[in-house]
Every structure is written in structure tokens, then in C-alpha cells.
Design a protein. Structure first.
Length: 246
């Protein structure tokens, strides 16, 4: 995300120019630092408008970092340098809590099955906790190859499947994440497809420090093609709740 500003941001009474893009940068960086510091403060709206909340957040950050509290950020000063000090998740892994939740909603099947038998043209041959074997219906070869698997084997396959989504979130997210936020994003990427997550508005907003804007995107992913799916809606609501529960 952008970490530099062109002009002063903060209290307009102290001469801040408050250019819209600069203000958005500062608001996003302040949100990033809230997550980095594991604070539960309400996220700032990344809207480019300086109000009381933004000015107060600047002053609070300056106090926490033992920087002279001016309520003002200048280009290249100690405050903007401190705000720009952060890193993305990089090597996070999902929690056991998420694994247990996914096992509950995915359910378990010991033998290969069709995940959408009412719609043969869009069904996938599946086993365990939603592990896709291939597109299309289950074949005789699938049944012969897989036979029956145990719940432990199913969980091991699930963890392997989540690895790709974990890696994508680690690779593509450029801002700090709490464990709950990471879990929610991995669940989304795992369920929707990693390429879709990489191209999403959710990711773009998140990488600009707009955590609340990103949270608002979860319910948009409740369709299969053009059809709204109630089970997907329920899943997105739970993921959104996890994401917001820092």
C-alpha cells in the first residue's frame, strides 16, 4: 500500500492541506497499525475526509509511539515513518478453531460423492471434507481408487487443501492480520477459488488498509453463477464475523 504523503494531514487548524489521497493513505496506515498493535479500536473509514476521529487517531498514535503529539503528520516526519513500519502476514497458518468449523460445515463422506447431484453439469466428484477429486460426477475408477477413508485421513487432506489458500493469503495480503482475519480470508479463498480472491475488490481494499471496507465485501460472495445460495450466504456471514472479531 502507499506509505508516503505529499503534504500535511491532520488538524486543519494547524495548516494541514488534507489532500484526499494523502488522507486515505494516513487513514489506511492508522488502521494497519491498530491491527499490528492488536488494538480493538474501531477502524477509520478510508474516505479521504478528515474528521474528529482521524485527528484523534493521529494524536493517539503519536502518544503510543512517544512522538510529540501534534495531531499533524508532515511528509517524511517521524509519524509517517512510524506508520509505514509494518509487514504482511507472510507465514501464518490457520487455527485449529477454523479447521473444526470447516469440518462441521463441510461434513464428512468416507467415499467419493457428487457435491451437487441435482445439477450434474456443475457437480464435482468429492471426498472427505469437501476435497474435489475432479469436475463431473463420481466414476467407477474414483470408487476403486479411494475406497473408504477415515476421518483422520479426511482432516489431513483438508489441511493440505487449505495450504494453497494459506499461501495465497500470505503472498497477496500486504498488511498485518490477526489470526481471525487470516482464518476468514483463507476460508474465503479456499471456498471461492484462489484466482478469484487474488482479483477481488476485497483484497484491493484490504491492501489499502481499509479493513472495514474489506469486511463489507464478504456477503457479495454468496452466488454460484447467477444464483444466490443460502448456504454460501451463511458461510460468508460467519467469515465476515470472524474477520471483524479481532
Amino acid at each position: 500500500m502507499e506509505t508516503e504523503i505529499r503534504d500535511a494531514v491532520g488538524d486543519p487548524k494547524k495548516g494541514a492541506a488534507n489532500r484526499t489521497d494523502d488522507v486515505k493513505t494516513v487513514q489506511g496506515l492508522l488502521n494497519v497499525q491498530m491491527v499490528k498493535d492488536r488494538r480493538s479500536d474501531r477502524f477509520l473509514a478510508v474516505d479521504g475526509r478528515v474528521g474528529r476521529e482521524t485527528v484523534e487517531a493521529i494524536g493517539q498514535f503519536q502518544r503510543r509511539r512517544s512522538i510529540t503529539e501534534t495531531g499533524l503528520i508532515q511528509r517524511g516526519d517521524a509519524t509517517i515513518r512510524a506508520l509505514a513500519s509494518f509487514s504482511g502476514p507472510y507465514s501464518m497458518r490457520v487455527s485449529t478453531n477454523l479447521i473444526d468449523w470447516l469440518k462441521n460445515i463441510e461434513k464428512f463422506d468416507a467415499i467419493p460423492y457428487d457435491d451437487d447431484p441435482q445439477h450434474p453439469l456443475r457437480t464435482n466428484a468429492t471426498i472427505g471434507y469437501g476435497h474435489k477429486l475432479h469436475a463431473g460426477t463420481v466414476t467407477k475408477a474414483d470408487l476403486e481408487r479411494w475406497g473408504r477413508i477415515s476421518t483422520l485421513q479426511g482432516e489431513d487432506i483438508l489441511r493440505q487443501d487449505l495450504g494453497g489458500a494459506e499461501n495465497e493469503v500470505n503472498d497477496d495480503v500486504r498488511v498485518p492480520l490477526s489470526q481471525n482475519q487470516f482464518d476468514a480470508l483463507v476460508s474465503l479463498a479456499f471456498n471461492t477459488g484462489q484466482g478469484d480472491f487474488r482479483r477481488s475488490t476485497l483484497l484491493r481494499l484490504l491492501n489499502h488498509g481499509d479493513y472495514e471496507g474489506a469486511a463489507n465485501e464478504f456477503p457479495r460472495w454468496d452466488h454460484w453463477g447467477s444464483d444466490e445460495v443460502s448456504s454460501l450466504r451463511e458461510r460468508r456471514v460467519e467469515e465476515q464475523k470472524r474477520f471483524r472479531d479481532r
